[in-house]
Write a protein that binds this ligand. Structure first.
Ligand code: ADP
Ligand code: MG
Length: 255
């Protein structure tokens, strides 16, 4: 089998949607490498293809063509089950819209992925781990609250705890602060920073917002389905300057 070094390597990834007779090319040849332990912001305006690219990186969708190596293995041709296995073992996801189960408690939401884990986890152990994870995100007092009884920031923290319960080496976040106020956004972003720096989790953060992108160590810009060099593209100068000059907008978050 072909191999490649690094955590993630994409080579000439293309994605075209087909709407009836019409082809809609969305990704037009993306090549990108991400190393273990990086905190990368994938930035671009609305409609530029960020979510499409993230869905491919996160094995939620397949490219139309191109190669994708994850931990050295070309995974483009994996079956649906093999991809689900890889996703569950290696990847955590956080979305703008939290995606929590409405009638389940914070604890039950966080325990959920352990039910699909490849190694058996007893209910007692699942509860213990989920409790520990909720403590880590500062929600020790909210274990039995349902999503509707939690603020947006608290719901997103439950979603982060759920994303981390299987201890994935990679965390994908697609506009994770899109539904949060600025103070709560800071808290959530500081949490990602911490997970990256203290726990060594690779974070891939998708955003259209340069303020949010500042938390990352590396900026990858996408425009109209191609990657653009952050320093070169004229229309990105302002964003790039904000990114390199900016201090993070809020001090580190203490739960
Ligand atoms: P972003 O996340 O950067 O806002 P997306 O990746 O969601 O952008 O979308 C990029 C483009 O692809 C948009 O023009 C969108 O309309 C189109 N697109 C996304 N998903 C589909 C789909 N399932 N079918 C057809 N077109 C799609
Ligand atoms: Mg999007």
């Amino acid at each position: 089998m072909e191999t490649a070094p690094g955590l993630i390597r994409l080579e000439d990834i293309r994605k075209t949607y087909h709407l009836g007779e019409i082809d809609v090319p969305v990704l037009k040849g993306i090549s990108l490498s991400i190393e273990k332990g990086e905190f990368v912001a994938l930035m671009g305006s609305s409609g530029s293809g960020k979510s499409t690219l993230m869905n491919i990186l996160g094995c939620l969708d397949r490219p139309s063509s191109g190669a994708y190596w994850f931990e050295g293995k070309n995974i483009v041709h994996l079956s649906v089950d093999e991809r689900a296995y890889l996703r569950n073992a290696k990847m955590g996801f956080v979305f703008q819209s939290f995606n929590l189960l409405p009638r389940a408690s914070a604890l039950e939401n966080v325990m959920m992925p352990l039910g699909y884990a490849t190694t058996f986890v007893s209910d007692r152990e699942a509860r213990r781990r989920a409790t520990e994870m909720l403590e880590k995100v500062g929600l020790a007092e909210r274990l039995h609250h349902e999503p509707s009884q939690l603020s947006g920031g608290q719901q997103q923290r439950v979603a982060i705890a759920r994303a981390l319960i299987n201890r994935p080496p990679v965390l994908f976040a697609d506009e994770p602060t899109g539904n949060l106020d600025s103070k709560t956004s800071c808290e959530v972003l500081a949490m990602f920073k911490d997970l990256n720096q203290k726990d060594g989790i690779t974070v891939i953060l998708v955003t259209h917002d340069p303020e949010v992108a500042r938390y990352a160590d590396r900026l990858v810009r996408i425009a109209d389905g191609v990657l653009v060099d952050g320093t070169a593209a004229a229309d990105s100068d302002e964003d790039w300057e904000a990114f390199v000059k900016g201090e993070t907008a809020c001090a580190s978050f203490e739960p």
